[in-house]
Design a protein around this ligand. Structure first.
Ligand code: NOJ
Length: 588
């Protein structure tokens, strides 16, 4: 059924294909932005070094002028919820139990390990809003959302969920359902509006996250913090090209140290970077590719130069974490999956899987967990001008720089070799699939059946609900990058066509997402008990609907609906199902 498969091939030619809806405008699929509306390179972004390092209020305004006017939030004080939060009774069963067990009856004899973190996840840019309040500097996503077609539905993060002022209500609402952890990110541009180590720290922002962390603890919801979830301070892109410059390393380490010191003892689980591979791919997609790179870096080399700088920034932050004797554990969040050979007996497809694993996970996890170096598949393909070789000192710092393995196993798909073979591709830098030299396939090679249920079309280039592949995926991770502790740092589903629903009784009936969570959690129980994978926590993406990068608020991943006029939150069926699952499977 090759002809069917060809239709569904998702090419990996683009360096760093995305795992989020960014893929819609990434080069793995044709961009939906008409070429005529795209500004030419550099037009809308100041050339590197052209903005003076002026750390005054006027200097900050100058940075904001690159973004343009901002929509202010409807209120600017932290709302304090009335407690207890009323939790409506669970929704009635949709199906007979012989067809779909109630959440409490999913593998009822299997329990989650003691101390399991049963959490929800968010990221600063996606939920906070209040982007120009309390002294925050602009980020590259504030800029992106003003570029023509930068966000497909024309929305931005200016107000979005206003979690910045509604965090108490948000935490109380998940605590009321029994969740015991929340993975969120700290906005670098709030703490350092100008980003750099020699620029002033914003004490108001430090106090904000301090309060937020305390409120988590008080509510019985463990705060889990990520330092970088893609919202780069715009200043750093303007001063030196962001992650394409080695200068980022010291600035990131300084930011990390400031935050570690401020919240030491209160945050116990830290991530340096969220899905670094996706981030380093993002910077070469429209409109980021129109911003300035460091001298000598171009759109082809940028993802790898970014990976190199980012890995060294991660290692530097972890070194500081250990030297400062910060309590707790630290790692970074991997994305993607090892993959399954598309044609079971094809040695070429098996080799393609190895390429996928190397380019998507090994790029960061080989250096951090196993060899201390880039995967050989990558150094055999990419010259040092793309992928600078690590020095002995760098390898030493990077190797062992992660205390646990974190993965966002949203989906697992098939992997195929290029039609003309891997060798032909690897040797030919103009090959359309170079340098990854493999494809992701969404349908099987026998009859063209999909790997799993489709999400909303906004996410269908990368996401499918694939619970049946999850255990093998986790086993592959454990085999290749063995760990004593694994977190499912994000998993979740973009409910099909939810953005078109207007009646609340239709919106909250997110049955595809509910089935996704229940089937994944059942497989996670089996992975823990039968495969002995040391999974210590799961984090549902997302706590609330939010802005899904360049799909905007149209792509819905929340287990709670957000009314973007009133900012009211409403639990969906999936929120109740997760709550009921956890209560029945937790061990006190
Ligand atoms: C992973 C990313 O970390 C998150 O920001 C994104 O919204 C989800 N994937 C869904 O695409």
């Amino acid at each position: 059924m090759g002809s069917i498969a060809i239709v569904f091939l998702v090419g990996a030619a683009s360096i760093f294909a995305q795992t989020t809806s960014i893929s819609k405008s990434a080069s793995i699929t044709p961009t939906t932005v008409p070429t005529s509306t795209q500004p030419s390179a550099g037009v809308n972004f100041p050339p590197v070094g052209s903005i003076p390092r002026d750390f005054s209020p006027a200097g900050l305004e100058k940075l904001w002028s690159v973004v343009g006017p901002i929509d202010p939030p409807p209120f600017t004080t932290t709302r304090v919820p009335d407690l207890p939060i009323p939790v409506p009774s669970s929704p009635p069963a949709l199906y007979p139990s012989w067809f779909a067990p109630a959440p409490k009856d999913v593998l009822p004899k299997l329990k989650l390990p003691k101390g399991f973190k049963f959490g929800v996840a968010t990221a600063a840019y996606q939920v906070e809003g209040a982007v120009k309040n309390d002294g925050k500097g602009p980020t590259m996503w504030d800029w992106n959302s003003r570029q023509p077609g930068g966000v497909l539905d024309g929305t931005n993060g200016d107000v979005v969920d206003l979690h910045y002022y509604l965090y108490k209500e948000d935490i109380a609402r998940v605590a009321a359902l029994g969740f015991n952890a929340h993975s969120f990110s700290i906005s670098w541009a709030r703490i350092f509006p100008f980003g750099t180590a020699d620029s002033p720290v914003n004490r108001v922002a430090l106090a904000h996250y301090s309060d937020l962390i305390d409120y988590h603890i008080k509510s019985g919801v463990e705060p889990v913090a990520t330092l970088f979830h893609w919202d780069l301070p715009l200043a750093l892109q303007a001063y030196y090209g962001g992650f394409t410059s080695p200068k980022i390393v010291d600035d990131f380490v300084n930011f990390a140290k400031t935050v570690f010191k401020a919240y030491n003892g209160r945050v116990k689980t830290w991530y340096t970077f969220n899905e670094p591979r996706v981030y380093c791919g993002q910077i070469t997609t429209y409109p980021f590719v129109n911003a300035s790179f460091a001298p000598g870096v171009n759109a082809s080399t940028a993802p790898y130069i970014c990976a190199w700088n980012l890995l060294r920034a991660h290692a530097g932050a972890v070194k500081a974490f250990r030297e400062m004797k910060i309590q707790g554990e630290i790692s970074f969040k991997n994305d993607d999956y090892v993959g399954i050979p598309w044609r079971a007996n094809s040695t070429e497809d098996m080799a393609a899987v190895e390429r996928h694993a190397a380019f998507r996970i090994g790029i960061f996890s080989d250096p951090a967990y196993t060899t201390g170096d880039w995967p050989k598949i990558m150094t055999d393909t990419l010259p040092p001008s793309y992928l600078p070789r690590l020095t002995a000192a760098e390898k030493k710092d990077i190797h062992g720089s992660a205390d646990f393995f974190a993965t966002d196993p949203y989906r697992t798909q098939w992997i195929a070799a290029p039609p003309d073979g891997i060798d032909a591709c690897v040797k030919n830098t103009s090959h359309s699939m170079w340098p990854e030299c493999h494809s992701v396939v969404l349908v099987d090679s026998n009859a063209g059946w999909a790997a799993g249920l489709n999400p909303d079309p906004l996410s269908d280039t990368w996401l499918q609900a694939t619970p049946n592949f999850l255990r093998e995926s986790l086993r592959q991770l454990q085999k290749r990058w063995p760990t004593k502790k694994m977190y499912i740092s994000e998993f979740g589903f973009d409910e099909p066509f939810e953005e078109l629903r207007t009646d609340m009784f239709r919106i909250v009936e997110d049955v595809t997402r509910t089935n996704y969570y229940m089937t994944y959690l059942g497989e996670i129980l089996l992975a823990i008990h039968e495969d002995k994978i040391p999974i210590a926590g799961t984090f549902a993406w997302a706590m609330v609907d939010n802005t899904e990068w360049n799909s905007g608020i149209s792509a819905k991943f929340g287990i709670q609906h957000v009314n973007y006029t009133t900012l009211e939150r409403t639990y969906k069926r999936s929120a109740f199902a997760l709550s009921e699952f956890y209560k029945a499977h937790a061990q006190k």
